[in-house]
Design a protein around this ligand. Structure first.
Ligand code: ADP
Length: 484
């Protein structure tokens, strides 16, 4: 089976969140399962700088916006055998900043064109007759940036089938309706059962409406997005398509393995847990200028700083949290207001709270390894990877019971601890008080060393590998393949 995996991010070439990790590890797992997978992505500056020797597959000038030359390049993801097809179009992608925003944090105003072009290339590759000798059976489209692919395939009678995966329903790619004709989409499809969403062109709605199958990244989130509370206005459509919608929990790969993590001061495993954690904690305390001390519980947080992640709940809970014996190490970037409040808080609690406003991959590993607890008070969380990394690194997470957090973290109670199921601490209410009460519970358990070790080791033993998820995706692709 030939799969074209279309994504706007892939670790380590371009990453702003979990999608970057998934776009690397899921295709690798699918290749292990015997599938012929290629990843299609834009040739951002960071991608072009790191792919090394790439071969030109073909020119894309005929598809490109007319003022702009474009090529399809073939390369490998560094240190893997994963084939990448890179859309090299300097006018659209050779820029500073992140994949979506300029260096000042503003969305590029031609994002509709940047990702519309990516979609056109993907749909062209899946067209009938096939334009190249390698032609996908299924195009796997990730998030809104790939959302027009199913529409283009369906409306133009493509050969390939399509799967849309929703990694976060809150990001929809909604644009001025002028883009319908500018992107060469059929204007007669701009209506509420097609491309239109409250008067705008919606990439994600197009992906949901026209895909043969829809998946999202945890079973709980698959149920949640069919409700008005989590549906971001698309719950009706998702209920309508519920027979074709599945929730498949993401996995994590060997990039996150505490025994073989090259950026840790002291790699460790479950057998060298106490000594290993203490060394990483001491190094983290030192580098973050927190007071030294192995016995003071240290809570870590690594996150995009947005409303979704509930960082304001943490900020509002700080007076209660800082009344506990507790240190905090925060790494994140995002909303200016949240960043400012975090900086103020760090100044208010010197030696007890550190804040790094940055996107720093090695530091994220060191915080997750060196902390005792990991905080994720998300308002909603499609899957969440960081809590799985934390459990794997012997750092029990404190999470809100929502989406993939609810599917992956088992709350520590007397019964779940005794039966060896507990892996962290969960709370339901979206309030600073509920967060503070749960951290208090975690700190109390931390004081009971035997229970704490059990909790850590249960988390470290959990199998979060991609094996199971890959089987589900293969089943979906197989069901879509034409009978031979
Ligand atoms: P989301 O995709 O919503 O951002 P996930 O938990 O699924 O949330 O994935 C987040 C990923 O991004 C994790 O790999 C996490 O470690 C990483 N990450 C988030 N913020 C930062 C940051 N400031 N620096 C480094 N890594 C970060």
């Amino acid at each position: 089976m030939k799969i074209l995996f279309v994504t706007p991010e892939i670790h380590p070439l371009a990453k702003t969140g979990g999608l970057g990790d998934v776009s690397r590890s899921l295709p690798l797992a699918l290749r292990k399962a015997g599938l012929d997978v290629r990843v299609l992505l834009p040739g951002y500056r960071s991608v072009m700088a790191r792919i090394g020797a790439a071969q030109t597959v073909c020119t894309l000038d005929a598809l490109a916006p007319i003022w702009s030359p474009a090529r399809l390049l073939e390369a490998r993801l560094p240190e893997t055998d994963l084939p990448l097809w890179v859309v090299d179009c300097p006018t659209l992608y050779d820029r500073p900043g992140t994949p979506y925003q300029d260096p000042d944090g503003r969305d590029w105003d031609d994002n509709a064109l940047r990702f519309g072009f990516l979609c056109h290339v993907a749909a062209w590759l899946g067209a009938a007759p096939a334009p190249l000798s390698w032609s996908p059976d299924t195009v796997h489209c990730n998030d809104w940036q790939a959302g027009l692919v199913p529409a283009l395939l369906r409306l133009r009678g493509g050969r390939a089938r399509s799967v849309t995966t929703i990694h976060n329903l809150a990001f929809q790619g909604n644009f001025d309706p002028l883009w319908v004709s500018r992107l060469g989409l059929p204007t007669e499809s701009f209506h509420m059962h097609g491309l239109e969403f409250y008067g705008r062109l919606s990439f994600l709605k197009a992906g949901i409406t026209y895909a043969d199958r829809i998946t999202t990244v945890s079973p709980r989130y698959a149920r949640e997005i069919q409700t008005p509370e989590f549906g971001c206005g698309l719950d009706g459509l998702l209920r309508h398509r519920s027979d074709d919608l599945a929730g498949i929990l993401n996995g994590i790969d060997d990039t996150w393995n505490p025994a073989r993590d090259p950026v840790l001061p002291a790699p460790f495993d479950a057998r060298r847990l106490v000594a290993g954690k203490n060394l990483n904690k001491a190094a983290l305390q030192k580098s973050c200028r927190l007071e030294a001390g192995p016995d003071l519980p240290l809570a870590g947080l690594v996150s995009r700083l947005t409303y979704q992640k509930g960082i304001d709940l943490l900020l509002d809970a700080l007076p209660e949290l800082m009344a506990l014996p507790l240190q905090l190490a925060v790494l994140g970037s995002g909303d200016a207001d949240v960043e400012r409040r975090l900086q103020e808080a760090a100044r208010a609690y010197p030696g007890r709270m550190s804040v790094a406003l940055d996107f720093d991959e090695p530091l994220s590993h060191r915080i997750i390894a060196g902390s005792d607890l990991f905080l994720m008070p998300s308002r909603f969380e499609p899957c969440g990877l960081a809590q799985m990394y934390a459990m794997t690194y012997g750092t029990p997470p404190v999470v809100r019971e929502t989406g993939g957090l609810a599917d992956t973290v088992v709350d520590c109670r007397e019964d779940t601890l005794q039966t060896g199921q507990a892996t962290g601490f969960t709370f339901r209410e979206e309030t600073p008080g509920a967060l503070a009460a749960t951290v208090r519970r975690a700190v109390a358990t931390y004081g009971t060393r035997k229970s704490w070790r059990t909790l850590q080791k249960t988390g470290m033993r959990r199998d979060f590998s991609w094996k199971q998820a890959a089987v589900h995706y293969v089943d979906i692709y197989r069901a879509l393949a034409p009978a031979v």
